[in-house]
Design a protein around this ligand. Structure first.
Ligand code: G
Ligand code: G
Ligand code: MN
Ligand code: NA
Length: 253
């Protein structure tokens, strides 16, 4: 439903813009960082969610230029904040395409080297939703990103076909528990075995955990009681425009 030409033109015109969803430290209540989520802001004020064009971007080959443009904007938006708060992390979603076209590592260097955004502040998310075809490419990209000092997160964990061995082989630093599992938590004291199993898996692998889609206090309390430190979701904030994100990050740090 999105014509090629229009998405390509929109990238050039700077209509694809980053929003920033805060990631909260459940122990301290401070902001640990953010996830970058793209939005298409039309000149007429209409805002289109990525669900409508992300698959098209992947198929059309526009995933790479779109992510490049996004990373440049992220750098410009967050350089000052990162200089003041070097512990803040920035999480960027990658496409499957990035693991076939190894250029992502060179692009990251070209965009962020010599800026106040350190490589160690960057996290790259790989979704588990789609199968990763080229495992050699995936492993090489992950290795190179980690060599820079960045971290790699498995996004949408639990929705795909990953097992312990698969994730261990990838060399993942962070597991992001998908919101379909967090949604199952109704009360702080009522166990949800599938959530506990994912936490157990991440613990076994010695990775950090971020819970996604936290919408209620009960969910946050349940997760915190399980030792989970980081969470994002509408309970805290949706993906925010840059000015709101910076204001919040300054206030909560
Ligand atoms: O923000 P929202 O919930 O509408 O995002 C819908 C989907 O689009 C999510 O699965 C999210 O991971 C994906 N998405 C959002 N921004 C980006 C992006 O910049 N790159 C990639 N690859 N996926 C994104
Ligand atoms: O696949 P990924 O985890 O990158 O997707 C993040 C998506 O989830 C974004 O589209 C974001 O807008 C959405 N999202 C973020 N927080 C919540 C939440 O608390 N509830 C719901 N339903 N969606 C959320
Ligand atoms: Mn994500
Ligand atoms: Na997810």
């Amino acid at each position: 439903q999105v014509p090629t030409f229009d998405l390509e033109r929109a990238i050039q015109a700077g209509e694809l813009k980053p929003r920033y969803q805060p990631v909260i430290d459940l122990q301290t209540g401070q902001i640990a960082g953010c996830e970058v989520l793209i939005r298409w802001e039309k000149p007429n004020g209409e805002i289109i969610s990525p669900g409508a064009f992300i698959e098209y971007a992947e198929l059309s080959g526009l995933a790479i230029p779109m992510t490049l443009s996004l990373m440049e904007q992220v750098r410009d938006d967050l350089e000052d904040l990162c200089a003041r708060h070097p512990h803040l992390k920035i999480s960027i979603n990658l496409f499957e395409r990035h693991f076939r076209d190894g250029a992502i590592v060179e692009d990251v260097k070209a965009i962020f080297s010599g800026t106040a955004v350190r490589y160690s502040q960057l996290v790259f998310e790989i979704t588990e939703r789609q199968p990763l075809s080229n495992m050699e490419g995936v492993n090489a990209v992950i290795e190179d990103l980690r060599k820079l000092g960045s971290k790699v997160a498995l996004d949408d964990a639990g929705t795909g076909h990953s097992n312990l061995a698969y994730i261990q082989k990838l060399g993942i630093d962070i597991v992001k528990i998908d919101r379909v599992f967090v949604e199952l938590i109704r009360h702080r004291n009522v166990p949800v075995p599938v959530v506990d199993a994912l936490i157990g898996m991440a613990t076994e692998l010695n990775t950090e955990i971020i819970a996604e889609g936290v919408e209620t206090e009960e969910q946050a309390l349940y997760l915190r009681a399980k030792g989970i430190r980081q969470a994002q979701g509408f309970l805290f904030a949706p993906a925010l425009p840059i000015d709101s994100y910076i204001a919040l990050a300054e206030r909560m740090n």
